[in-house]
Design a protein around this ligand. Structure first.
Ligand code: SF4
Ligand code: SF4
Length: 381
């Protein structure tokens, strides 16, 4: 079996010509764009469009990465190009306009599409029935364009997590509710969604990334590289190497162990070495750090862990930036929030999905550390 390949390449600014050349270089060891895009192919680009924000905020895949990927796909002979995602709120077109992707789409002749749900059945899976974006399932080639960011619930959002955007609109919140407080169940769902969409190629934007309390309220960080791979799990494994973190700390890789969707342990790395690109002080969410390093109960006694987490792991809390818009109350998958007049969370009902933190456009929700007991048991202390 051939090993999945991941290529790493430095890029220190979103200069259009330099970005295009960096993409050519990063794709060369994988066979170039021509390996993935055949003449006449219908190509779907799937950036991370969390919600509309200026590119400098690092919430979304940068427009220059989208432009360069689109240009190379057209050079390879793509017959049709579309750009789509399912943002946390608002439309894909609205988010694309605010982050600068819309003019790039117009220049490329690509439509920015809103995803429509279609049923995808695979009886061999843990989640046999998925509702996914018709536009991705019907494309000849899906090119995944994730942004490197920390993620309060999943540790990082990289290539596999970016495929969650293939779930249209509010159906994403249903997945959170279905998984409940068990992160590994949610990670398994993410893996199966990525397996169903099967992006042929993933190109990660890690030029301006986000650490700390990502994926929306963290710190934009210049990490100055891009990465590409034909297997999203392998790409994520390589990025954990770059960050100097154990691969199994990433929930989607942990959930893939034993019945893995890919051979990500055997990844072959081209270009720069992971160590050469390692950022100095990559800051992962404290909540996740504590969970990962003290999760004995979580691993051995998951039901007890769930019961304990509801009692001792602190739910998020509104801060002074909250403008009481009510969006978090409307999207909370567990119906655990109300406005009174600030958002109030029922800690018993809260499933610790952190959607309220992720999707507040004002940075109005804080994630919190728990007390000593939470830290000892490893539940977000
Ligand atoms: S936390 Fe954010 S989303 Fe929730 S009410 Fe406050 S401003 Fe709105
Ligand atoms: S209160 Fe926030 S963290 Fe808790 S279930 Fe609702 S959205 Fe998720």
């Amino acid at each position: 079996m051939t090993r999945p390949g991941v290529a790493l390449e430095r890029l220190d600014a979103y200069d259009p010509a330099k970005t295009l050349e960096a993409l050519r270089r990063v794709l060369a060891p994988l066979g170039g764009m021509e390996r993935f895009v055949k003449p006449g192919a219908k190509v779907a680009l799937k950036p991370n469009l969390l919600f509309g924000r200026a590119a400098g905020k690092a919430l979304n895949t940068h427009p220059e990465i989208v432009r360069a990927a689109g240009r190379l796909a057209l050079e390879a002979g793509a017959g049709e190009l579309l750009i789509g995602d399912s943002p946390g709120f608002g439309t894909a077109r609205g988010a694309a306009r605010l982050c600068g992707i819309l003019p790039v789409a117009e220049e490329l002749g690509a439509a920015v599409v809103e995803f429509t749900p279609v049923e995808h059945m695979d009886r061999g899976r843990s989640f046999p029935r998925l509702e996914l974006a018709r536009e991705l399932l019907e494309a000849d080639v899906v090119i995944n364009l994730p942004k490197m960011k920390t993620h309060g619930q999943m540790l990082m959002t990289l290539a596999v997590k970016n495929m969650f955007g293939a779930v249209p609109g509010t159906r994403k919140f249903q997945w959170h509710y279905r998984a409940g407080r068990d992160k590994l169940v949610f990670a398994r769902a993410l893996n199966e969604i990525a397996m169903a969409v099967r992006p042929a190629l993933s190109i990660l934007d890690a030029v301006l990334a986000m650490d700390g309390m990502g994926p929306s309220s963290g710190r934009p960080r210049w990490t100055n590289f891009i990465a590409a791979g034909d297997d999203p799990w392998a790409l994520d494994a390589a990025i954990m190497d770059v960050l100097g973190l154990e691969r199994s700390l990433l929930f989607t890789l942990l959930a893939a162990s034993g019945h893995g969707p890919s051979e990500w342990r055997e990844v072959e790395i081209f270009g720069e070495s992971p160590e050469a690109l390692r950022p100095d002080d990559w800051d992962i969410p404290e909540l996740v750090t504590a969970q990962m390093h003290g999760g004995f109960v979580e691993k051995r006694l998951p039901r007890l862990a769930d019961w304990l987490r509801a009692r001792i792991s602190p739910p998020p809390r509104a801060n002074g930036r909250c403008v009481r818009c009510g969006h978090c109350v409307a999207i909370c998958p567990a119906g655990a929030m109300r406005l009174d007049p600030d958002p109030v969370i029922d800690r018993e009902k809260c499933i610790r999905c952190y959607c309220c933190h992720e999707l507040c456009q004002y940075g109005g929700m804080d994630m919190r550390r728990g007390g000593a007991l939470a830290r000892i048991l490893g539940f977000g202390g």
